[in-house]
Design a protein around this ligand. Structure first.
Ligand SMILES: *Cc1c(COP(=O)(O)O)cnc(C)c1O
Length: 353
């Protein structure tokens, strides 16, 4: 995982120069302990995941670093959250009260960040309601309010910028003034914050980001551009050829919907040398795969990926290596049919168990 570690080291250093610390987000790897340990070894101080199950996986592998749950806890899981996560991101008083009860029962102090809605319309307290909720949180005996945070770009693609980041800083200042407290963590967002965070503008109070995609794929998610200096090929999906034949380009017969809705369009004449790889919608998002330069993805069903092998017949058994976008990556990581091999240089996702 040398390329992933190199990505971590560069991001840690560049953001430290801006006064920003990183939590390494492990959810795309389902909390793979090897991945969590690699992030920590490369210089990340704290980890974060959206699912308590993944945090439990890392705890079972003796990872004792500070870990945050970055999706609001489910009421039905608060006891597990208090037991295995040091901190959680919250936006509902009913859940925070339940966390407090669980923390009392376990004689623990549970840390929280309050999430603020700044325009993307996913999770977060409306800014006008924030002060009142802080007051309610401060009355809970076993909850420690460590700061505030926000999440942009994930639902509506709202871009982190001087305006919304400035708003988060102002909210932090206002809370500290009203309640005479210190908020040590102001968490500006996810990988989509990197363009702003590494840019020239002042960072205000923002001193923390939660990064997943940028570390794994080396790209910022807003425009999917490579980030200078980062490896974009740290992960490969490897699929095996199970059929290679010359076939007509044009299907024969009356055409209705295909298994995944795509309808073949246009008249296509002649023949093509097409290959089938043992990979499909059940394993990944075929639309998020980037094949080698000379190859083209022609179609996919649940278990078959049909490709144009670049004019020549791929021998049966040939392994084809793809790059993945985030959608393809998280589905491949979650598929029991895809083996995950963490090697020195890269992370390989393949059929070989
Ligand atoms: C997934 C997630 C992140 C990490 O997002 P990336 O784009 O992978 O960096 C950060 N914060 C929250 C709340 C998330 O759900």
């Amino acid at each position: 995982m040398g390329k992933i570690k190199a990505n971590v080291r560069q991001l840690v250093d560049q953001l430290a120069a801006q006064g920003i610390a990183i939590s390494g987000v492990t959810k795309a790897t389902l909390g793979a302990p090897l991945y969590g340990k690699a992030l920590l070894a490369a210089g990340i101080g704290t980890l974060a995941d959206s699912r308590i199950e993944n945090i439990e996986t890392m705890r079972a592998a003796n990872i004792d670093a500070h870990i945050s749950l970055i999706r609001a806890p489910m009421l039905s899981q608060v006891a597990r959250v208090v037991r295995f996560a040091d901190m959680s991101l919250n936006s509902e008083m009913a859940i925070i009260v339940a966390l407090n009860h669980a923390a009392i029962a376990q004689d623990k102090l549970h840390e929280i960040l309050l999430m603020v809605e700044l325009g993307d319309l996913r999770e977060g307290i409306m800014p006008a309601d924030l002060q009142k909720i802080v007051g309610q949180v401060l009355r809970l005996s076993h909850i420690k309010l460590c700061g505030i945070g926000t999440n942009l770009a994930c639902r509506n693609g709202v871009v982190p910028d001087a305006r919304n980041m400035g708003q988060l800083s102002e909210l932090a200042d206002a809370i500290e003034k009203t309640y005479q407290i210190n908020l040590p963590i102001i968490s500006g967002g996810n990988s989509s914050n990197l363009t702003w965070a590494l840019g020239p503008e002042g960072k205000g109070r923002i001193n923390h980001l939660r990064l997943g995609e940028a570390i794994l794929l080396g790209r910022e998610p807003l425009r999917r551009q490579p980030i200078e200096g980062l490896h974009i090929d740290a992960i490969e999906l490897v699929a095996e050829t199970i059929e290679s034949k010359i076939k007509p380009r044009q299907p024969t017969g009356e055409i209705a919907e295909a298994a995944f809705g795509h309808v073949a369009t246009g008249q296509r004449s002649g023949t093509i040398c097409q290959s089938i790889l043992a990979l499909g919608h059940a394993d990944t998002d075929p639309d998020g795969l980037l094949p080698p330069d000379d190859m083209k993805i022609l179609g996919a069903s649940s278990d078959h990926l049909v490709i144009d092998g670049g004019g020549h017949r791929l021998p049966i058994g040939t392994e084809v290596h793809f790059q993945l976008n985030y959608s393809a990556l998280i589905r491949a990581m979650a598929s029991p049919f895809v083996a995950k091999t963490y090697e020195d240089t890269a992370l390989y996702l393949s059929h070989q168990i």
